[in-house]
Structure formats: C-alpha cells, structure tokens
Write a protein that binds this ligand. Structure first.
Ligand code: AMP
Length: 192
C-alpha cells in the first residue's frame, strides 16, 4: 500500500469548500487503497481529512510532537499515532514515510512543510512526487514566487519539475502517477 503525506491547515475558520475538499481527498485515498500520513491534529482541515479517511475505513498515521499531545491537539482515533520530540523530527518522519507529498490549503505551517519538502527534493534527499492542490487559486502567489525564483536564476528550470500544481482534489492521484521521475543524481544540479 502506498503512503501519501498530506500537509494542510489546522485552522477551523477556513471556508467550507476547503473542508469539503479535505474530506473528498480522504475518501479518494481510501478508494484507491492509499494509506495517509499527516501531522496528527484533530482540528481544522487536518482533523477533517483524518476523520474522512477513518470514516471510509482507511489507514491514517499521525506524527505529532509531544508538546502538542500535552496540549491535547492530537486526534484520538487514528490507526497509529507517532509521538516525536520536535517539529523537525515530525517533518522528517512525515516526508520519509511518504511515497508522495500533497499540500492542501494551509497557513504558514503548511507552507513551511511544503517549501521544506521542495527544498529536500532540490537536494535529492526526497525524490517523490509533490502535489500542490491550488483550490480556488489559493496558492497562486506562492506558485508565482517559485516561478520568479526560477526566472531570476535562484533555481534552475529543471527545478520546476519538483512540484505539480492541480486545481481539483480528484486530480491529485493521477498527478502523483504522472509526476516526472526524480532521483539523487539531481544533486549535481542543486547548485546554480
Ligand atoms: P497551519 O497551516 O499553519 O495551520 O499549519 C499546520 C501545521 O500547524 C501542522 O502541521 C502543525 O505543525 C501545526 N499546528 C498548529 N496548530 C495545531 C493544532 N491545533 N493541532 C495540530 N497541529 C497544529
């Protein structure tokens, strides 16, 4: 079974269509026999996504720092909850358990997770597909910033193949399957 890591918002205050998309992604994963990995939270899009996977009978592993558990931010009903000591350890474990990473809309936590995994792929230490789910154009500015980084030679043209942008949740799994191959040899292109 494939493991796919999902980054998404902890906010409870985002618009309903984002919740619907998070729930739909969970259902699509289970229908495809995909196991989910995420940050282990119980609220916002994170909680909604996890509930959707669980309600559909799927597997979902949460990885969460101990301090968040002490605040009782963790989801109580996951297939597995892995408690780690630091945010860095969490992100590393999430990425290295994942056959692909998917970013739904989120705040700075989600964007930071996404940019880190993009950086790791540029360095050849994460080589799997990365999908940005640009619902309602939410990520337009971030995508434009990444493209500008390429245009201005802060990154190479080849680095645009690191991520794939989709507009709809139903396009996530096909985009993962069609992602360009990537391996450690890209490391020699990491420096500009
Ligand atoms: P954001 O997109 O800023 O909401 O960030 C999502 C990330 O925020 C998660 O991966 C966590 O690192 C962190 N986070 C913030 N608040 C919570 C919470 N209440 N429960 C779980 N994770 C949270």
């Amino acid at each position: 079974m494939q493991n796919i890591c999902v980054y998404c918002a902890s906010s409870t205050q985002v618009k309903q269509s984002y919740f619907e998309a998070a729930a739909q992604l969970g259902e699509l994963f289970v229908a495809a026999g995909v196991s989910a990995v995420y940050g282990g939270g119980s609220v916002g899009l994170m909680g909604c996504f996890a509930d959707s996977v669980l309600n559909a009978g799927g597997n979902i592993i949460g990885i969460i720092p101990r301090f968040m558990c002490e605040e009782e931010w963790n989801h109580g009903g996951l297939t597995e909850l892995i408690i780690v000591e630091t945010m860095h350890e969490r992100k590393e474990k999430m990425a290295f358990m994942a056959d692909a990473a998917v970013a739904l809309p989120g705040g700075c936590g989600t964007m930071e997770e996404l940019l880190e995994v993009i950086t790791w792929k540029q360095l050849g230490i994460f080589t799997n597909p990365i999908i940005i789910v640009n619902l309602d154009g939410y990520y337009d500015s971030l995508i434009a910033m990444l493209e500008r980084a390429v245009e201005e030679n802060f990154m190479r043209q080849i680095h645009k193949k690191i991520w794939t942008v989709v507009n709809l949740v139903e396009d996530v799994l096909p985009a993962i399957h069609n992602s360009p191959a990537w391996d450690k040899t890209v490391r020699k292109f990491a420096a500009i």
